[in-house]
Design a protein around this ligand. Structure first.
Ligand code: ZN
Length: 368
């Protein structure tokens, strides 16, 4: 069996918003010739192109999917939100929620993005593929049931999970979010549920502001089934692996999920415009290896990754390629072109020690 790679051209056509970086154009913010939101199609399109250039895509099971159905969407999102989004989309687009612009047909593209995640998860749960990657765009992890934000228009992963539950394909699901931003949407949707463990490892207090605290552990039946690991700004390769080894992996193992889903953002890299962390291609490679070993131990290797953020159009493709090299076990390599520049530019020893002590505090509090 091969690694499934789920993608759809329409996801690259999602557009909208007159922005210059994160700023709406107007006043003293000049429009950009090649501008727009940092969440451009290029990081995703170039990732797919790189897979084709090296022919790694030839070793993957390249698939498309149907869009998520209204029934799929309604398991997570209220009808009035979907109706409003669809009406705006039919009328030419607009902006819904915080930093969530979209163009004509944005509703259908968002449903397609969620449909890819749903199909990827189903393929994994049915044993049709070795594991799977969904190149979803727009991303999903900031979107709550009724509040899109941070480029996320629908909650892709939550929609995929609920479809899996509805079809009786899984009972317990673990989500590990390593996007540099807090996975607040996925957290909120499952906050009072014990059947979905949500873990978010993120730069502390980046986005959204004032969410993602270590103290937020879930509520009601979900008490203890949400975990935030806010890492100090500037944490690098070694810190990410330390957090994985000391906190994330023991928590995943203790939960014994039927499948592990990774909210796979590549914006924790040293070159990303929207993060202030120092991960590299190797960080994502090593984290992928670790998650795969764990998935082999606890859930027969069942692993699905859904693409989230990542805004370096140059570097994201190489991070994605490395993840897919590991997932598929391919010998085709796309070496990190920035290794000479960035691998040696990791945090100094004092900062490294500081981050380690913060990680140790969280580990000790959890009793891992
Ligand atoms: Zn992000």
């Amino acid at each position: 069996m091969r690694t499934g790679f789920f993608w759809d051209e329409s996801c690259f056509w999602h557009s909208g918003g007159n922005y210059a970086g994160m700023l709406p154009v107007g006043g003293l913010v000049q429009p950009m010739v090649n501008g727009g939101l940092p969440e451009s199609p290029e990081s995703k399109r170039r990732m797919k192109n790189l897979l084709d250039m090296t022919d790694l895509s030839g070793e993957l099971d390249m698939r498309g999917s149907e869009p998520a159905t209204q029934r799929d969407l309604l398991r997570v999102h209220p009808a009035n939100f979907l109706d409003q989004f669809k009406a705006m989309s039919d009328a030419g687009g607009g902006e819904i929620g915080l930093r969530c612009p979209f163009g004509p047909g944005g509703f259908e593209i968002a449903a397609q993005s969620a449909g890819l995640a749903k199909a990827a998860l189903q393929a994994v749960l049915k044993g049709d593929v070795k594991n799977a990657y969904s190149l979803s765009r727009p991303p999903g992890h900031h979107c709550t049931a009724d509040q899109p934000m941070g480029f996320c228009l629908m909650a892709n992963i939550a929609i995929a999970i609920e479809a899996g539950f509805a079809d009786g394909l899984a009972k317990r699901v673990a989500v590990l979010d390593w996007d540099v931003h807090h996975g607040n949407g996925t957290e909120a949707i499952f906050y009072e549920r014990a059947d979905v463990l949500t873990i978010s490892m993120h730069q502390e207090n980046n986005f959204p502001l004032n969410t993602g605290a270590f103290a937020d552990r879930g509520a009601g039946e979900g008490e203890g089934f949400n975990l935030n690991i806010p890492l100090p700004t500037g944490a690098g390769h070694l810190s990410y692996l330390e957090a994985m080894d000391q906190i994330v992996l023991p928590q995943l193992r203790a939960y014994q999920p039927d499948v592990i889903i990774v909210a796979c953002g590549f914006d924790a890299t040293v070159i990303d415009p929207l993060g202030r962390m120092m991960a590299t291609v190797d960080t994502f490679r090593e984290m992928t290896k670790r998650v795969m070993v764990l998935a082999d131990d606890v859930c027969e290797g069942r692993l699905m990754m859904a693409h989230e953020g990542g805004y370096s159009e140059v570097y994201v493709p190489f991070c994605g390629h490395a993840v897919l090299e590991e997932m598929s076990g391919s010998q085709i390599k796309a070496p990190d072109p920035l290794a000479d520049l960035y691998l040696q530019r990791q945090p100094g020893e004092a900062h490294q020690r500081f981050v380690s002590s913060e990680i140790a505090k969280m580990r000790d509090a959890l009793g891992n």
